[in-house]
Design a protein around this ligand. Structure first.
Ligand code: ACO
Length: 319
């Protein structure tokens, strides 16, 4: 017993920040951003709060799954930074959708959705849950250094949710982490203690892009290879790959190291940039709603992110 994905739903902010508008804020241009990253635009929160987006995605996924909030047994929110330190973002979602189950947050940066799938799987295996809601949502715009052209062009806000029910459609899943705070880091930003002797660093993202790039290509290609082999399948059995949408060049390079045709990699990075843990489930939702993935398809998901974390899994699509 593992689970089936019963429904998905996404929520992104209204405001579209184009490469051209970014070019008025930092020394960059549309051509550089498109050719180096594949990104054309991203969504940025103005009046939307992260809780509003989470609730929109959760309700859309519940509707898609035909499951009522009161029937949920667990809510996991994968996010790097919810509305509050406490209550957790998952508790905020629970309050707003009217669920009555356990709820907690999980932070594995961009790999968060796949980490949450693995945690949820444990609840199904132990028969502690019939329905689990996962919401993966980040609003990186509030920790972006908007003066750093090498990072501020990469990220966007948004995320998506999935409702899981009992089933046998998780065929394999792998998580990894290597404690590394030198290539990618976002400090907390505040410390109210009058006793603490270190200075609080601002809560903005810093990244060694080239190091992350090399890590990412290897993580994605090796992660997919392992997940497919662990599922007892060949790479040729995979109908669709849903990769973390960080950079089109990372996806192209990872694809070139696999025996899976590039056309099978679903991409929407041009519209959203890197939405962190929201990225894989937004792509999954769009692949499902647009008919790119169909009932019975074998799907590989893979992600990498701060930590450094990775996650990869193979699922049978059953919707
Ligand atoms: N516009 C114009 N020029 C730029 C910009 C910009 N926005 N950013 C950097 N440049 C310049 C650099 O200054 C450099 O100029 P120089 O040669 O005169 O020094 C030149 O472009 C090349 O810079 P590189 O860093 O070598 O560019 P590269 O082709 O490697 O692309 C990038 C950089 C896009 C950041 C790439 O390394 C990348 O995608 N890395 C992975 C990042 C990633 O996926 N992060 C997600 C982490 S997940 C999470 O958990 C948040």
């Amino acid at each position: 017993m593992s689970f089936s994905i019963l429904g998905t739903g996404k929520a992104v902010p209204e405001y579209v920040l184009t490469n051209d508008e970014l070019s008025t804020m930092v020394d960059t241009n549309d051509e550089w951003i498109r050719t180096r990253t594949g990104i054309e635009e991203r969504r940025i929160c103005k009046d939307e709060t992260i809780t509003e987006l989470c609730v929109r995605a959760a309700n859309a996924a519940l509707k898609d799954a035909n499951v009522k909030a009161e029937d949920l047994d667990l809510i996991i929110c994968s996010t790097m930074r919810g509305e509050n330190l406490t209550p957790s973002q998952a508790c905020m979602i629970q309050k707003e959708i009217g669920a009555k189950c356990a709820a907690f947050d999980l932070n594995a940066a961009c790999s968060g959705f796949i980490y949450a799938l693995d945690v949820a799987d444990g609840y199904f295996v132990r028969k502690k849950a019939k329905y689990v809601l996962i919401v993966s949502m980040d609003n990186l715009s509030n920790i972006t250094n908007w003066k750093d052209r090498s990072t501020c062009v990469l990220f966007g806000d948004g995320g998506a949710a999935a409702v899981l029910g009992e089933g046998d459609d998780l065929l394999s899943i792998n998580l990894t982490a290597q404690g590394n705070d030198t290539v990618l880091r976002i400090p907390h930003g505040t410390n109210s203690s009058p006793f603490y002797e270190h200075e609080a660093e601002p809560a903005v993202l810093s990244m060694a892009g080239n190091d992350v790039y090399k890590f990412a290509v290897n993580a994605m290609s090796e992660g997919i290879k392992k997940a497919v082999a662990d599922a007892g399948l060949q790479q040729s059995d995979v109908d669709c790959v849903i990769p973390h949408q960080a950079n089109i060049r990372i996806i192209n390079m990872a694809a070139s190291k696999l025996d899976i045709p590039r056309e099978k990699f679903f991409c929407n990075v041009e519209h959203y940039g890197n939405t962190s843990s929201g990225s894989v489930p937004i792509a999954l939702d769009e692949a499902s709603k647009s008919g790119v993935i169909k009932k019975g398809d074998i799907i590989a998901l893979c992600a990498f992110g701060g930590g450094l974390t990775t996650g990869s899994c193979v699922i049978r699509w059953n919707k």
